[in-house]
Design a protein around this ligand. Structure first.
Ligand code: B3K
Ligand code: ZN
Length: 890
């Protein structure tokens, strides 16, 4: 397949100033009339013919300045037009088939309504166009459709005209006053209703806000609307950025490939990230809705007003916008001062980064934040581009402070508003606004792989000096990453020193006249550097990489006692959590090795005691305690091994959970009681924290050999629940208890859950997911459960949420069962990738990625995974899946 390279970027030969689109919307055959004003690009290749992109289109006619133009040729990838003047109007009529479009890219039908998805290259499935982000145009859109079937007609920008047409049809005309790339185009048509709010933006202008959904979902829109209003306020306050349109719409659709899409003024969302009310959505769902609404809204400036020159620059908008949504969520949790509350969000984000992005960096799909090449761009909407990209943006803020970061953002908008630019342009704005040379920092964009920082310390009691030596390297990393590495990075390394009394030591570096502060951001720029602190009265304990100041792995040999001390005392809440995770990881890896060798397992009392202290420390927030008491995930642990052994990891982790459950049974019960709230549900951070800790207690109690308490409490909680968080947690606890107590323990609740929520697809997704993720036992393989559920009348491969809820949950969130020795999981995986490939390549390619780390497993598993990959490679057709499996097998 053809490889697209960053180095080959060339400006477009033509520019498009304006586009008028007219749609005659019919599910089977929609006619699109596209009238463009084009001119030759003075900086483009001269004399070139016009190469418009097009895919799955039927060409009807071409006219130049209103006259039929014969010099054109339609082909597999688009339309070539020749013999053109320097400036002209081109009118193209074409047809597409929305009802047949199962790819959910371009124009498609979902529940009888029309929707579009154009990023990255879906616009070419709607009309012939220069479908690339550096071609920005002004759009006018006219929609015509049957009025009874499609009463609502929406597109980007402002509604300028609407009216009746003959034969029961009607029309609406929309104008977007801002020029935009084609990937931000959107239209929606159908039977939808909205909640509305009118607000005044910072400068006093009135804005109309709408959240559009199917009529039965209107009672689940309030939280999305509140999140939108909060997002608008936050962007004004934190970045001085105001909503630029008079009208801002969010539309929910149940068939959607990803989370949501930031189309100008008309964001289209997966229902999963819009709909929420206490009965149907968990606390996590509420938080996700807030984060995604924020994310898409923030794109209005970072992505839409300033967009990407080419898709290699994707992180320019995505890394920056993820960083902005993370900061927004943290502020909504804890304001900008409550560090402990903000840390909860930080911990969750870092946990996801380490579990998924570090894994990506360790495999065949490893790529820099700004990739050098791709086969299918949709495969590069990755954890690296998004989450590592956000860490890269965060490092600017760590280096320059919030004010310095803001100065850089201001300069970025001043220089580039209305343009399509590169990651270098962003970095230069940050550098210039802060008077810094950030040349070396570019390596964060060009080097793949997870950097490691090894730490050595030396205390000289006679001189009262403490030397910290940092060495950066990439360890033994994936070949795909290795070939991108050229030299040391600029790593902001935040550090504190803790005295024997548990207090932070005021820090004074050699050469400084006095101590200042207790956390320092050291700038590591060389392969190895030593930083010497003076005036240090006793040997301190270092608190390294506070608040996770850079996306690296820190190598330092703490003793278990030191980790327990940090867990009890570190003033940096992130590192307090980190100490507990390190302690647990170390124990779990030792247990895994013993489990793999079939040796007996045991856990030291001191480890149990360290966790007991967190569990019973009422001075810590419940939210923090919950995070600290969750053991590292099986996927993360498997990643840390030279050869991943999912069965042994599972045995080890289950052993430790059971041990913590048994040893602390009374404490878990007490915590359960103390944190059970009565009264109406509130999705506030505080109430959420109480629920999280209480439900974690329930989950631990379900691990007991005789889980009677858990079954009793869970059943009572299930019946009394006034919210989905508690109801789903109770059901999950029953499913866990059923592994020892027998499947009958969970069956009544499972059946009730289905009946109760039969008409709530997002809740039924949870029902499928919980069953796919449950633990197996010797006489119960979950693959068999999944097999049965595939035949359930409510299951369909065509709805991505449903496919993800059953298939992805099993293949990516149930490692012990998926990696069954007999290869049954892999055979199932291959079958589903092949089936999905024929319907929806983007979703298929995501699923395909769940085997990419195959080379890192034990030999027996490795062999079976290779067979499955080869089977897929020989049968799939899409570029999307081919790229993934071919890179995996290479
Ligand atoms: N920009 C979209 C993602 C589009 C994915 C295309 N395969 C959503 C977001 O990041 O906000
Ligand atoms: Zn985004």
């Amino acid at each position: 397949p053809a490889v697209i390279r960053r180095a080959d970027y060339a400006q477009p030969a033509f520019l498009i100033d304006s586009v008028a689109l007219e749609f005659d919307l019919v599910p089977e055959r929609t006619i699109v009339k596209n009238t463009m004003r084009l001119r030759r690009n003075p900086d483009g290749a001269p004399g070139a013919r016009l190469e418009l992109m097009g895919e799955a289109l039927e060409l009807v006619s071409v006219a130049l300045n209103g006259v039929p133009h014969a010099e054109h040729r339609a082909h597999e990838h688009g339309l070539t037009v020749e013999n053109l003047p320097d400036a002209f109007e081109l009118t193209i009529v074409s047809a597409c088939q929305p009802a047949e479009n199962t790819t959910l890219s371009g124009l498609y039908v979902s529940s009888g309504n029309f929707f579009t998805q154009c990023e990255a290259e879906g616009f070419r499935r709607i009309t012939y166009f220069l479908d690339r982000p550096d071609v920005m145009a002004i759009y006018t859109v006219t929609l015509r459709a049957d009025k009874a079937a499609y009463p609502v007609l929406l597109s980007n920008g402002n509604l300028v005209e609407e009216g009746e047409l003959p034969d029961g049809r009607h029309f609406a005309k929309w104008e977007d006053p801002f020029k935009k790339p084609s990937y931000l185009f959107a239209l929606v048509a159908g039977k939808l209703v909205a909640i509305e709010e009118r607000i005044r933006s910072g400068s006093g202008k009135e804005k109309l806000l709408q959240v559009w959904v199917e009529p039965h979902d209107l009672d689940k829109t309030r939280h999305a609307m509140d999140s939108l209003i909060n997002s608008i306020r936050w962007d004004e306050a934190r970045f001085g950025l105001e909503l630029d349109l008079d009208r801002f719409m969010i539309v929910a659709v149940s068939d959607f490939n990803m989370g949501a899409m930031e189309n100008k003024g008309l964001n289209i969302f997966n229902t999963k990230y819009v709909l929420a009310n206490p009965e149907t959505a968990t606390d996590t769902d509420f938080a996700n809705v807030e984060a995604v609404v924020g994310h898409e809204y923030f794109h209005n400036w970072t992505g839409n007003r300033i967009t990407c020159r080419d898709w290699f620059q994707l992180s320019l908008k995505e890394g920056l916008t993820v960083f902005r949504d993370q900061e927004f969520s943290a502020d909504m949790q804890g304001g900008d001062t409550d560090e402990a509350a903000r840390a909860v969000k930080r911990i969750e984000d870092v946990r996801a980064l380490r579990q998924f992005q570090f894994a990506e960096d360790a495999g065949p799909m490893a790529h820099p934040v700004r990739p050098e090449s791709y086969v299918e761009i949709n495969n590069f909407y990755t954890m690296t581009v998004y989450e590592k990209g956000a860490e890269v943006v965060r490092m600017y803020q760590t280096l320059f402070g919030r004010d310095g970061f803001r100065r850089g953002m201001d300069l970025y908008f001043k220089r580039h508003d209305g343009q399509a630019v590169t990651c270098d342009d962003f970095r230069l704005a940050l550098a210039d606004a802060n008077g810094r040379d950030l040349t070396q920092f570019e390596r964060w964009y060009s080097q793949a792989g997870t950097p490691r920082v090894s730490v050595r310390t030396a205390y000289d009691s006679a001189q009262r000096r403490y030397a910290v030596t940092l060495t950066q390297h990439y360890g033994d990393c994936a070949p795909a990453a290795r070939e991108t590495q050229t030299g040391p990075l600029l790593i902001p390394f935040a550090l504190g020193l803790i005295g024997r009394d548990g207090r932070d030591v005021p820090l004074r570096l050699e050469g400084e006249t006095q101590a200042a502060g207790t956390t320092r951001v050291l700038e590591l720029t060389e392969a190895e550097q030593t930083f010497t602190f003076v005036d240090v009265a006793e040997a301190p304990l270092p608190s390294l990489l506070r608040n996770f100041s850079a996306p690296v792995v820190v190598e330092y040999d703490y003793t278990n006692d030191e980790l327990a001390f940090l867990l009890a005392h570190d003033s940096d809440p992130f590192n307090r959590w980190e100490a507990g995770q390190r302690l647990a990881t170390r124990e779990l890896l030792a247990l895994t090795a013993r489990a793999a060798a079939s040796e007996p397992l045991s856990l030291d009392d001191s480890v149990v005691a360290a966790f007991a202290r967190v569990l019973t420390d009422e001075s810590l927030s419940p939210a923090f305690r919950e995070l600290a008491l969750i053991l590292p995930s099986e996927a993360y642990l498997a990643e840390q091994m030279a050869e991943s052994n999912p069965a042994a990891v599972h045995a080890a982790r289950q052993f430790m959970r059971k041990r913590l459950a048994t040893a602390l049974r009374a404490e878990w019960l007490a915590v359960y009681e103390r944190h059970t709230a009565s009264g109406p549900y509130e999705p506030t951070p505080k109430a959420t924290g109480h629920r999280a800790l209480k439900n974690l207690a329930l989950a631990y109690l379900a691990e007991l050999d005789d889980p009677v308490d858990a079954i009793r409490l869970a059943n009572a909680q299930y019946d009394a629940a006034n919210n989905m968080t508690d109801r789903a947690a109770a059901l999950a606890a029953l499913l866990a208890a059923a592994t020892t107590a027998g499947a009958a323990a969970a069956q009544p609740a499972l059946d009730d859950f289905y009946r109760r929520f039969e008409n709530e697809p997002l809740v039924i997704d949870k029902w499928f997911a919980m069953q796919a993720m449950q633990r197996g036992s010797l006489d119960r393989r979950i693959i068999d459960v999944v097999g049965k559920l595939m035949a359930h009348p409510a299951f369909t491969l065509r709805n991505p949420n449903r496919a993800r809820s059953l298939i992805f949950s099993f293949c990516t969130h149930n490692p012990a069962q998926f990696h069954a020795e007999d290869g049954s999981g892999y055979a199932f995986w291959a079958e589903q990738v092949i089936a999905l490939d024929a319907l929806n390549p983007q979703v298929a390619a995501r699923l395909a990625r769940s085997l990419e780390l195959w080379r890192r497993y034990t030999p027996a598993l490795r062999e079976r995974m290779r067979e499955a990959l080869e089977r897929v490679a020989s049968q799939v057709k899409s570029r999307d899946v081919r790229e993934v499996v071919e890179k995996a097998l290479a």
